[in-house]
Each structure stands twice: as C-alpha cells, then as structure tokens.
Design a protein around this ligand. Structure first.
Ligand code: A2P
Length: 281
C-alpha cells in the first residue's frame, strides 16, 4: 500500500476503508477481515458512526496486530471544547480497544452562521486536540469539513496546524481551491465519499472514460483522487469491491483526462455545506 507523509512525519496509507453507515457487527467483522488480508490498514470511523464498539471487537477478535492498523476517528459536535474533546477521545479509545489513535479529527467546524463564538469554539476544541497529541494518545490530529475561513481562523491560535482535512471530494465536487489552500499549508486532504456515495458511478462521461481505460467507474473516481495526491476513503459493504477499490495503481489519467473530470458538473453526493450544516444530533 502506498503511503503519504503527514506534516509531522506520520505515514498514512493512501487508500483507506470508510465505515460510515456500516453498523452491523458481523458485516464489519467480515469486511475488516477481508480488508486486512487485502492489505488495507486505514480504518476511518467516527463517534457519530456508532460503530466504534463493533470495530474494536472486530480487530481484536480477528487477532490483527495493532501496529498493522491505522485507526482514524472523529469527535462529534456535541463534544466541542477543551475538556469535552479529551474525554470524548478517551471514551472512543475504550470502544475501539486501543490506547492510541493514529489520527483524530474534528468532525465538523462550528460555523459562523450558527455560532457567534464559532472561532472560540473551534480554537478550544483544537486546543484539546493538541493536548491529546502532546500526551501521545493520538499520533496525528486534523479536521474534517473545514473551509479555508475555518482554517484561517484556527491558524490564529493553533500551536500545531491540522495535519489532515477530510472533505467530500469526487467527480462533480473537485474542491480545487480548498485542495490548493491545504497543499500550500502542508495539510493532507482526505477524500470522503470519493464515489459521491455511489451517485457519480452512473455518470456517462465517467462510464465512457472507464471503458477506454479498461477500469471500472469506481476505480476512475479513486484514481482521480490518488492523482491529486489525496488519501481516498471509499466505503463498500461488498468484499469483492474492497479489492476492486485497491486496484488503482496500474492506470494513469492524462492531464486532459484529469481536466475533463475536473469539469464534470455536480452530479450527486452528500453535498452538505459546512456553513449550512445544522447540528444534526
Ligand atoms: P456497496 O456497499 O454496495 O459496495 P462512497 O465511498 O463515495 O461513500 O460511496 C459508497 C457507495 O458506493 C456505496 O453505495 C457502495 O455500495 C458503492 N461502492 C463502493 N465501491 C464500489 C465499487 N467498486 N463499485 C460499485 N459501487 C461501489
């Protein structure tokens, strides 16, 4: 598995296994078993996915070595603040049956539209993340769904800048400005929903390109993220597709093909604007 290097030197696998909406214990166990055999190590979860306990049981019962996993987790909105994020992390560690995380992320920014004190809220949560990092409970820290104004504000008080920003990215949502912004600041971008939650797989232009390249549309979407230097986190409940989603290093997209994909208009996905998000849950 190809690895990228975060700003603090921690190596992160370029393709990880997304686990959003996969809650069934047995399904998760089977997927993690297959994923491990295929060479996946990055498991991306979140407190809000309600599957931390099942993931913790799965990897320990399967006898996977902790050092062969890259466990990434996210703190939920209800645990913003210096103290709250630290106790949330400790609870998550217990559920995941581990004493450290490889990566811990703030799931959503507090947004200017919802909170007058959004800058303070994000800064205080981040201070708690830095504390966890300093204590060695997490090997790397980052954020999700942060736009440049959230990152600009955070940079005023951060002692350590986020090493990762996980955002929705797929054909139809190329995030070009945000990716450039993050690249200039050494922030690794992770693509959540790299297949647009399945919606982009029926796009006619992508289907055509996939035929020319003798790849599947899913593989074209993942290769698109890989060529941009992103970490991609496809999600599947199908063990065969786990393998398909890894096989993206034997195909290259030309500059012209990349530009063609960049120009695809929005064609489905999650589509939540972090500034519009209501605090669902
Ligand atoms: P399934 O679980 O049946 O494989 P995203 O990663 O953008 O969130 O997209 C997830 C969706 O894409 C799920 O509906 C998943 O369905 C589907 N999916 C994942 N990998 C593939 C693949 N290789 N081919 C087709 N569909 C896929």
């Amino acid at each position: 598995m190809i690895e990228l290097e975060l700003a603090n030197g921690v190596k992160i696998p370029q393709i990880g296994m997304g686990t959003w909406q996969i809650n069934d214990k047995d399904t998760l166990q089977e997927l993690i078993k297959t994923a491990n055999e295929l060479g996946y190590s990055l498991l991306d979860t979140a407190a809000a996915y309600s599957n931390e306990i099942s993931i913790g049981k799965a990897w320990t019962q399967l006898g996977i070595k902790r050092e062969d996993l890259f466990l990434s987790d996210k703190v939920w909105n209800s645990n913003r603040g210096f103290e709250a994020v630290q106790s949330a992390c400790r609870k998550s560690l217990k559920k995941l049956k581990t004493d450290y995380l490889d990566l811990y992320l703030i799931h959503w920014p507090a947004s200017p539209k919802l909170y007058d004190d959004w800058k303070i809220l994000n800064a205080e949560t981040w201070r708690g993340m830095e504390q966890l990092y300093q204590e060695g409970l997490v090997r790397a820290i980052g954020v999700c769904n942060f736009k440049s104004h959230h990152l600009d504000a955070l940079s005023k008080t951060a002692q350590v800048m986020p090493m990762v920003n996980q955002v929705e990215f797929h054909p139809g949502m190329p995030q070009q400005e945000l990716i450039s912004y993050c690249r200039e600041r050494g922030i690794c971008v992770e693509a959540s929903s790299p297949l647009g939650n399945g919606a982009v797989l029926v796009n006619a232009q992508l289907k055509e390109l996939a035929k020319v390249k003798d790849k599947t549309v899913a593989q074209i979407c993942l290769r698109y993220g890989v060529e941009k230097g992103l970490v991609v986190l496809p999600k599947t409940t199908n063990p065969v597709r786990l393998q398909e989603n890894l096989a993206v290093y034997d195909c290259e997209l030309s500059d012209e093909e990349m530009r063609m994909i960049d120009a695809i208009p929005y064609c489905g996905g999650i589509g939540i604007d972090p500034d519009e998000v209501t605090e669902f849950g």
